[in-house]
Ligand binder design. Structure first.
Ligand code: HT7
Ligand code: ZN
Length: 876
């Protein structure tokens, strides 16, 4: 397949300043008439052909300046329209009529039908499935969209921008016209037509613009959209307060659909959402769902400035909008909730998703230089590491200079399609700093490692820190350059407070941050009056791995006393991970795992420490997951031994917690009416963490079953069901709870997804056949991405023992699903296939099973470009 390279970027010879689209909507046969104002750029040769992108299109008619185009003036295929004979004038009009079949579109890209609603998804290259176009993000056009549809099937007709006209037509049909005054790339085009309910509200911007807000959902589900509406208004205000960014149209609409390839889409003035990230109430959504809705509503809204007003020159620049917008949504959630808890959750997510990507065959820079299929680059590296890079920029410059850089970026590039270099230049110009070494974070793949040791000389009151950075090789990048790594730190004194120092040598150190720029630094702090414990990478200031020479007592000390909550959590997490690695080695050697009493007791103590917020205590009690431990082990992994070690650790903590945990659990019961706020969610999180320990300590499912029955909210109900499924799935209580849950929620697809998901995580030898049975369940649909992700996605990513079952049957199940799905929805199939990305780090038997199945899949001659690309890179 063709490889696209960054260095091949060429500006287009033609621009399309305006486009008028006319849709005759019909599920089987929709007629699209696109009228384009085309402009040849001054320096292009007069005979330059106009090459328009298509994807599976049928051309019905082509007119140039209103005249039927001669057959020898152009060449057409489903994937391309090349016009070679064009008017001599630099500007002309092109009319293109295409015929498409939305109801047959299973890829969910372009125009498709979800639950009877017409909707579009055009990012990255879906617009070319609607009409022939210069489908690239640096072509900015003003859109006018006219839609015509059956009035009873689609009373609602929405598109980007502001509504300008609507009317009734003959034969029960009607029409609406929308106009978006802001020039935009084709990937931000959207239309929605159907019969939906709505929640309406209003927002007045800082400068007094009145904005009509609408969230459209299936009839009867309006109540469940009120939290999303609240999150939207809070996002709009926050972007004004924090970044000085106001909304710019008269309307802002959000539509929830149930078939969607990703989370949501930021189309100008008309965001389209996976309904999972809109609909919530206490009976059907967990606190995690509420938090996700808040974050994703904010994320898509924030794209209005970072993505829409200023967009990407080409798809290599995807992180320009995504990394930056993730950083913005992280900051928003941190301001709405607990900053420390939010940061820990972000880092856990980064380590679970981005680190394995960066350390495996699919590693790529935050700003990649080549791709075969852009859909495969909507990755944790582009999004989450991209956000970490922006966070480091903020750490390095300080928040004032960072804001000045953002202001300059908005001023300078509003209305443009730009690159990462343009973005970084705004910060260089605003701050007067040279960011060339820092920019390597965008260009170099791989997770840097920082090795560090320290010694204290009590006679000289001096602490000397030896540091060395290295970046491991990644695919097609063997030699790495030295990075600028900003490491926040503290010197924790004997009483737990940070010690001061008089001077420092060996590196630039400012505002509690060491700036590493060389391979090795020897940093000496002078005037340190007591022996400190070094707390390093506070707040996870840099996305690196650490190899620190620090003993267990010092680590325990940090877990008890570090003033930075992230580092406290990190210290405990490091201890627990170490204990799990040792324990899994014991299990593998046929020995019983044993745990250090101190580690067990500190975990129990922190959970009970009422000076700490409940959500933080819940996090300290969340023992590292099996995949986290596997990643740390890194090679020759046997998931069964990790599972056994982790289960033994849970039991040890449960026994140590005993009565204390029981009292704590009872004391957290709230009689107040449900509220999704962070404090209440924290209490529920702690209860949910504790219930697992209580049932393990009892060796009895009764307590979890009671919580399942008594719960008045989904967080506690699903939490209890998870514990029952994880540890007691073959007991009467486990079976009864699963059956009751299914019956209660059989009419609610989003909740039924949880039922599939919880079963997909059961660590049992029977789980593969359970999943095969669940795939025959009348409500399992390969066509619905949420359902596939809930069952097979969860199985592959969150069930270490069953997915990696030693006989290879877990791999076979996923491989078969990927192959079947690829025919309908290549994008979702390719993403599911990334579950195999760490196959080389497994022990020999499993590695061989995985290699065989991957090779078998890769040999098929009917693979989509999406899946072929993932398989080829995974096997390389
Ligand atoms: N910008 C959006 C990306 C997206 C997407 C990409 C490919 C295929 C389908 C898609 N749906 C949404 C989402 C975002 O980052 O905001
Ligand atoms: Zn985004």
């Amino acid at each position: 397949g063709q490889i696209f390279r960054l260095e091949d970027y060429q500006p287009s010879n033609y621009l399309i300043p305006e486009i008028a689209l006319d849709f005759r909507l019909d599920p089987q046969e929709t007629l699209v008439t696109a009228t384009l104002t085309v402009e040849r750029i001054a320096r292009a040769p007069a005979d330059a052909p106009l090459i328009l992108d298509g994807d599976g299109l049928t051309l019905e008619a082509l007119r140039i300046n209103g005249e039927e185009a001669a057959t020898d003036s152009h060449d057409v295929s489903p994937d391309r329209l090349t016009i070679t004979r064009l008017p001599a004038s630099r500007q002309f009009e092109l009319t293109i009529v295409t015929r498409i079949a939305p109801a047959m579109n299973t890829t969910l890209m372009g125009l498709y039908v979800s639950n009877g609603v017409f909707c579009t998804q055009c990012e990255a290259e879906g617009f070319r499935r609607i009409t022939y176009f210069l489908d690239r993000p640096d072509i900015l056009s003003v859109y006018t969209v006219r839609m015509e549809a059956d009035r009873s099937e689609a009373p609602l007709l929405l598109s980007n921008g502001n509504p300008v006209e609507k009317g009734v037509l003959a034969d029960g049909r009607h029409f609406a016209v929308w106009h978006d005054p802001f020039p935009k790339p084709s990937y931000l085009f959207a239309l929605v037509a159907g019969d939906l309910g709505v929640v309406k509200d209003r927002f007045t911007t800082a400068s007094g613009r009145e904005v009509d807000l609408g969230i459209y959902v299936e009839h009867g589900k309006e109540e469940r959209a009120t939290y999303a509406m609240d999150a939207l208004k809070r996002s709009m205000r926050w972007d004004e307060d924090r970044f000085g960014r106001e909304y710019d149209l008269d309307v802002f609409n959000i539509v929830a659909v149930s078939d969607f390839n990703m989370g949501a889409m930021e189309n100008k003035g008309l965001n389209v959402f996976n309904d999972k990230y809109v609909l919530a109430d206490h009976d059907t959504a967990t606190d995690a769902d509420f938090a996700n809705i808040e974050a994703i509503i904010a994320h898509e809204y924030f794209h209005n400035w970072t993505g829409n007003r200023i967009t990407c020159r080409d798809w290599f620049q995807l992180c320009l909008k995504e990394g930056l917008t993730v950083f913005r949504d992280h900051e928003f959630s941190a301001d709405q909730r607990s900053r420390a808890v939010k940061r820990i959750a972000e880092v856990r997510g980064l380590r679970a998703h981005q680190f394995p990507e960066d350390q495996g065959p699919l590693a790529h820079p935050v700003r990649p230089r080549r791709y075969r299929e852009i859909n495969n680059f909507y990755t944790a590296t582009v999004y989450e590491k991209g956000s970490e890079v922006v966070r480091m920029l903020c750490t390095i410059l300080g928040s004032e200079a960072f804001r000045a850089g953002m202001d300059l970026y908005f001023d300078r590039h509003d209305g443009q399609a730009v690159t990462i270099e343009d973005f970084v230049k705004s910060f260089e110009d605003a701050s007067g700093r040279d960011l060339s070494q820092f920019s390597l974070w965008y260009h170099q793949a791989g997770t840097p490692n920082v090795a560090l040791s320290s010694r204290y000389d009590g006679n000289k009151n001096a602490l000397t820190v030896e540091i060395e950075q290295s970046v491991p090789p990644t695919p097609s990048e063997n030699r790495k350059r030295l990075m600028h790594i900003p490491l926040a730190f503290g010197l924790v004194g004997p009483d737990g407070s940070d010690l001061d120092y008089e001077s420092v040598e060996g590196a630039n150190v400012e505002n509690g941050v060491m700036h590493l720029r060389r391979r090795r630094h020897q940093i000496t702090f002078k005037g340190v009056t007591a022996r400190p414990v070094l707390s390093i990478n506070r707040g996870f200031s840099a996305p690196v791995t650490l190899s620190v020479e620090i003993n267990a007592n010092e680590q325990l000390f940090l877990a008890r006393h570090d003033s930075d909550p992230f580092s406290r959590w990190q210290a405990l997490n490091t201890l627990l991970t170490g204990a799990l690695i040792t324990a899994s080695k014991s299990v593998r050697g046929g020995k019983k795992p044993v745990f250090d009493d101190e580690i067990i007791s500190i975990t129990a103590d922190l959970a009970a420490d009422e000076t700490l917020e409940e959500a933080f205590r819940a996090l300290t009690l969340s023992v590292p997951g099996e995949a986290d431990v596997a990643r740390e082990i890194g090679r020759d992994i046997d998931p069964d031994t990790i599972h056994a070690a982790r289960k033994a650790l849970l039991l040890a903590i449960a026994q140590a917690g005993g009565e204390t945990f029981r009292k704590l659990y009872d004391g957290l019961l709230d009689n107040a009416p449900f509220s999704p706020d962070a404090r209440s969610a924290g209490r529920r999180a702690l209860r949910n963490t504790l219930i697992e320990f209580l049932t393990l300590d009892d060796a009895n499912p009764a307590a979890a079953y009671r919580q399942f029955e008594d719960a008045d909210n989904m967080t506690e109900r699903a939490g209890a069901l998870t514990v029952l499924a994880q540890h007691f799935h073959d007991t009467a209580e486990g079976r009864a709870a699963l059956a009751a849950f299914e019956e209660r929620y059989s009419n609610n697809p989003l909740v039924l997804d949880k039922w599939f998901q919880i079963q997909a995580m059961i660590p049992s030898a029977e789980t593969v056949s359970l999943i095969r049975n669940l795939m025959k369940h009348p409500q399992f649909l390969l066509a619905n991405p949420n359902r596939v992700r809930a069952l097979v996605g969860t199985f592959s990513m969150a069930n270490q023992t069953a997915f990696h079952s030693a006989d290879g049957e877990g791999y076979r199940l996923v491989a078969e699903t990927v192959t079947a799905l690829d025919r309908h929805n290549p994008q979702v199939a390719a993403r599911l296939a990334t579950a195999f990305r760490s196959w080389r780090s497994l022990e020999k038997g499993r590695r061989e099973h995985a290699r065989k199945l991957l090779s078998e899949m890769a040999r098929r001659d009917d693979l989509s470009r999406d899946l072929a690309d993932i398989l080829e890179r995974t096997l390389a």
